[in-house]
Design a protein around this ligand. Structure first.
Ligand code: F1P
Length: 607
């Protein structure tokens, strides 16, 4: 645990991004975190340490009473959590004709899916019908793969929500956009604001409202910021709610799957849990109850990062696998299997990874996923997520360069774990485990004997208030931190990160398009238009842009990006050296490590 001195220095470092001029005008979720500036040069131990520090910022209290940014523990945020939990309780008490919709894009939609299913299951235990529904931009395909383009359509968002509301009288809509930026969610919130007699909207995100995205949205009359401001006006009358504490910049700039996803899970689970406890067990919803709940999650952070050495060891193993062109496989059970699948799917847009680099599988596959569209495995290998798929298609090819990570708890059938581990061990000695047990419920055998190495095992001591349900939510969060650390760390070790930027991101929607140009500007000092031209030349593989290319919509550009590789690194080389697109591509092909290629180009360009 950090000492006082370390805590103080952490607070000092964290304050840097709070200065008004720091990387202005970027919103907090897009800024680079001063704590992780050198993460690209760090070893596994240091990577984990930096992630621990960045993740701790999620729970940082107000530094001064009049601090510019609201935090998770700020009075006003806690009050909104109380109000939202109270609404959840009201719906659960009178569930007929009511619906709670959780919606988002990418990671935010995946968390929406996870929680909608989890809390419907809880209702089932109380003999109640499901009340929750989830929406993810791009449909269920987006649960397993990156489908970034639908994120840009407000009308699609509104349409899907409208369909979900059919036959309901009251809908409590929770829209998640970590960066307060996704047009898909803006469209849904706007739909709510136009139908307030039926819908009450909640917006979850992690930027101050005045930095919500304000650029025009193609074919739509509003911006995200305007929608947010309308909601804030209605908040006074409790007809809309905006939950937007700041949790600090991501360790990898803009990678909202990390802290954004974590904070979403913490906030949403807290309000839903308290709503359920109030509705079913008559536990009062008040500020203290909210604070206690968030503190419990903060303890999960401490428990998880107590295992720094073990986690660093797995990060190192996974990094070596990726460096040697091997793979990392997550084999999980129940919702921890879903956490693995989610984490793996996010590596494609974040690091420009191949979907085969890191893959997730879960016991029972789609019959356990419980997604709306059912079994998607016929859509292609990315959608084959059952352990059986792993055994039939991957296991025969496994070798020493691969890392296989088992993710399970004491509540899973240990015989299944042992059997599969036995099969994998015949192929590689690199078999790791992340597992959770709790007081009075320990594994029947010494896990180390099965996995031959330091196992990442956390033994939890539940407090009296903890039920099994809450315990699982905590395991999920703990597992999320570990998996985010492993996949991020492994890609850093592979050289997919430059300083703390995802230098090889996929430029597949308008947010990522702007982020890519921002990266070019930052490292080459170019003007926006110059950076954009270089990016477009690479996207279209053209030395000269035609008028049509230069004037096309961003959606056309991002469509072109789906088939392009190493877009930002190539544009960087073009800008820095003045060479042609094909020369830059050839130069990068010679260099296996993207980070080194970028670094060489930038430093030599300065001489
Ligand atoms: C949604 C999102 C991210 C994803 C990528 C593109 O962001 O899909 O989940 O990792 O960065 O955007 P947000 O709307 O929650 O900010």
């Amino acid at each position: 645990m950090p000492g006082d001195q370390e805590k103080a220095s952490r607070a000092r470092a964290a304050q840097e991004w709070e200065f008004p001029g720091y990387e202005s005008p970027l919103p907090v979720t897009e800024k680079s975190n001063p704590l992780s500036l050198d993460i690209d040069r760090a070893g596994p131990q240091q990577i984990v340490h930096v992630l621990q520090e960045c993740d701790a910022e999620v729970f940082q209290g107000d530094l001064q009473p009049d601090a510019e940014f609201k935090r998770l523990y700020s009075e006003s945020v806690i009050q909104i959590l109380v109000d939202v939990a109270d609404r959840v309780k009201t719906i659960l008490r009178e569930p007929d004709d009511s619906l709670i919709v959780l919606s988002g894009c990418g990671t935010s939609g995946r968390i929406a899916f996870l929680l909608a299913n989890t809390f419907n299951r809880m209702l089932g235990w109380h003999q109640q019908k499901p009340v929750y529904s989830y929406i993810i931009a791009g449909g269920d395909k987006a649960l397993l793969t990156s489908q970034e383009a639908p994120e840009d359509s407000p009308s699609l968002g509104a349409q899907v929500l409208k369909e979900a509301c059919v036959g309901r009288k009251h809908v409590f809509f929770i829209g998640i956009s970590c960066g307060l930026s996704a047009p898909f969610v803006a469209g849904q919130l706007d739909f709510c604001l136009n139908n307030l007699d039926m819908l009450t909207p909640v917006l979850i995100g992690f930027n101050p409202a005045h930095t919500a995205r304000n650029e025009p949205i193609q074919g739509w009359p509003h911006t995200f910021r305007q929608v947010t401001e309308r909601m804030l006006d209605l908040q006074r009358a409790q007809r809309a709610f905006v939950l937007n504490p700041v949790v600090g910049p991501e360790a990898i700039s803009g990678s909202s799957r990390m802290k954004g996803g974590t904070a979403t899970k913490v906030l949403l689970e807290s309000v839903l849990l308290l709503g359920h406890r109030a509705a079913h067990s008559h536990v009062e919803i008040n500020r203290q109850a909210v604070l206690d709940c968030i503190r419990d999650y903060e303890k999960v952070h401490e428990m998880t990062y107590c295992k720094t050495n073990e986690l660093a060891s797995v990060v190192g193993k996974a990094g070596t696998s990726l460096q040697k062109e091997g793979h990392v496989y997550y084999l999980g059970w129940k919702t921890l299997g879903i956490m693995g699948i989610i984490d793996a799917s996010e590596c494609v847009p974040t690091f420009g990874a191949d979907f085969q680099d890191i893959r997730g599988f879960m016991y029972g596959g789609f019959s356990e996923m419980n997604n709306k569209e059912g079994n998607l495995s016929s859509l292609g290998p990315q959608f084959c997520i059952d352990h059986k798929d792993f055994v039939s298609t991957i296991l025969p090819l496994i070798g020493e360069n691969d890392t296989v990570i088992f993710i399970f708890t004491v509540d899973d059938d240990f015989g299944d774990v042992e059997k599969l581990a036995g099969q994998v061990k015949k192929k590689t000695s690199n078999v790791q485990a992340i597992c959770h047990e709790y007081k009075g419920h320990c594994f029947p055998v010494n896990i180390n004997n099965i996995f031959d190495s330091k196992v990442l095992k956390i033994s939890w001591t539940p407090s009296d208030a903890d039920d099994d349900f809450f315990m699982r939510l905590q395991w999920e969060l703990s597992t999320k931190w570990m998996l985010n650390g492993i996949s991020t760390g492994a890609h850093i070790l592979k050289g997919k990160v430059y300083k703390n930027y995802m230098i090889d991101l996929k430029v597949t929607n308008s947010k990522l398009y702007r982020r890519a140009i921002g990266i070019l500007q930052r490292f080459t000092g170019c003007q926006w238009t110059q950076g954009e031209r270089a990016l477009l030349r690479v996207l279209y593989g053209a030395e000269e842009l035609t008028k049509e290319m230069a004037t096309a919509d961003v959606s056309r550009h991002t469509q072109a990006a789906t088939t392009s590789d190493r877009v930002v690194p190539t544009a960087l080389v073009v800008l820095q050296t003045g060479c042609s697109v094909s020369q830059a591509q050839a130069q990068l092909r010679e260099c296996s490590v993207v980070r080194d290629a970028v670094e060489t180009c930038l430093t030599s360009g300065r001489h």
